[in-house]
Design a protein around this ligand. Structure first.
Ligand SMILES: *Cc1c(COP(=O)(O)O)cnc(C)c1O
Length: 378
């Protein structure tokens, strides 16, 4: 039994997107440098796409590392058979440390406390841990402050059981062409890398670019890039794609009921939609428990019969209602909530459009897709 509302995950699209990103990275003139490595970001269940199925696909397609948010996600990837090195972005807590050793993970060290904790845990096991050092160049979240490295880094470098493999930073506003912070962070990272080179006696691998930074500026590609959103075929707004990628997720359902509404009658909780003329609504079995945002009411659309039908009335927990007045719609008819239903441009509803219609970001649309929704992989 599968519910009517399902997410189709096109693994071939993800494979092709990885290939397109690699081709793009290799085509740019790199002044003799090798093309940057690809760190495939599969955190948050591969942005809702199903990490256990996505990870082997990006591995085969030529990713060099996987990255995820925390140790628990990394363990799930290993248990699903992931063989590549797995970089864990998040801060470590005490309970996490065993997983690093048991599952061969690459932690990020982003605080002096974490450096001491991992060093102690490694020493107890007689193990050596390769780590990536996170440098805060202006996000002011995790990471060693770039201006303090001369004081904070020497004890980390001196830790006998820790081996610095890479340094990285994260951009706070890579998609915003107006924000001066992007260039400032790049300059600070370059300066920090020189300090690390001096203190460590060599330049470790460097990486910085999320999807938006990768698209915007090849100067921040360094030795590796870290796209997430692009792997799934979504271009971070407001940027335009310069890489031929295709969305990998579509969300489809079927009409479960059709109802005539008389003038003056309201539909759904609090009668958020009141018909001013005879109307027809179709009921679609997908609601906010499936991850659909309540703000879609009165703002979003679905595709039915190749046409755009507006979402009217409140989005409820398990269903939503769409205005299909004048359309020939019957129970069982296919509904596209995200995806394509025909070849015309208006027959596509993508995550980016849905996000824009409700004032959020496409990352949130795909990551929020509920656990109740079956993922069908094709
Ligand atoms: C999520 C994340 C990325 C990927 O970001 P996208 O905008 O989805 O490409 C890269 N680096 C870090 C540290 C992240 O947390």
């Amino acid at each position: 039994m599968v519910r009517s509302t399902v997410a189709h995950i096109n693994l071939a699209a993800i494979r092709a997107n990885v290939g397109a990103i690699r081709a793009y990275l290799a085509a740019e003139p790199l002044d003799g440098r090798p093309a940057p490595k690809l760190i495939a970001v599969v955190k948050a269940n591969a942005y809702g796409h199903g990490a256990e199925r996505v990870a082997p696909v990006v591995e085969e397609a030529g990713a060099d590392l996987l990255a995820c948010a925390d140790i628990e996600e990394a363990i799930a990837l290993r248990q699903a058979g992931a063989r590549l090195p797995i970089l864990v972005f998040g801060a470590l807590s005490i309970s996490d440390l065993d997983g690093i050793f048991e599952y061969g993970l690459t932690p990020t060290i982003s605080t002096p406390w974490a450096a001491r904790a991992v060093q102690e845990a490694a020493a107890r096991r007689g193990a050596t841990v390769d780590y990536h050092l996170k440098i805060d160049t202006g996000m002011h979240r995790l990471g060693f402050r770039c201006e303090n490295l001369r004081w904070t880094l020497p004890p980390v470098l001196a830790a006998p059981n820790l081996r610095l493999q890479a340094i990285y930073t994260h951009f706070a506003s890579a998609e915003d062409a107006e924000a001066p912070l992007f260039a400032e962070q790049r300059e600070r990272f370059d300066a920090a890398a020189e300090v690390v080179r001096e203190l460590a006696g060599r330049m470790p691998m460097r990486h910085a670019a999320n999807s938006a930074a990768l698209l915007r500026d090849s100067r921040v590609w360094y030795d590796a890039v870290r796209p997430g959103l692009l792997l799934y075929g979504i271009v971070p707004p407001p940027l335009a794609s310069t890489i031929p990628i295709q969305p990998a997720m579509s969300l489809v359902s079927r009409v479960v009921a059709v109802k005539g509404i008389r003038p003056g009658e309201g539909v759904g909780y609090n009668s958020r939609f009141v018909a001013d003329a005879p109307a027809t609504v179709a009921v679609v079995p997908a609601g906010y428990a499936d991850g659909l945002d309540t703000r879609l009411s009165g703002r979003g659309h679905v595709l039915i019969g190749g046409r755009r039908a507006p979402i009217v009335g409140a989005v409820s927990m398990d269903m939503l209602t769409v205005d299909v007045t004048g359309l020939d719609v019957n129970p069982g008819d296919p509904v596209v909530i995200v995806g394509r239903q025909g070849e015309e441009s208006w027959q596509t509803l993508d995550a980016r459009e849905m996000a824009a219609s409700i004032g959020t970001i496409p990352w949130e649309i795909v990551c929020r897709l509920g656990s109740r929704i079956a993922r069908q992989f094709d």
